[in-house]
Design a protein around this ligand. Structure first.
Ligand SMILES: [Zn+2]
Length: 49
């Protein structure tokens, strides 16, 4: 049922086991894998947790 929202990184679209919650520049909550958090922090992404 939750397959549509299954864990995929919002940037690289790959599956990962570890995610961090970020808010994208539009204010939407996204899950990012650890590799992409580095990229995200250089962008306008805000760390939620
Ligand atoms: Zn990623």
């Amino acid at each position: 049922m939750f397959r549509i929202f299954s864990s995929k990184c919002a940037i690289c679209k790959r599956k990962s086991s570890l995610y961090r919650l970020y808010k994208d520049p539009k204010g939407k909550k996204v899950k990012l894998c650890l590799e992409c958090t580095v990229y995200a922090e250089r962008r306008a992404y805000l760390k939620l947790k």
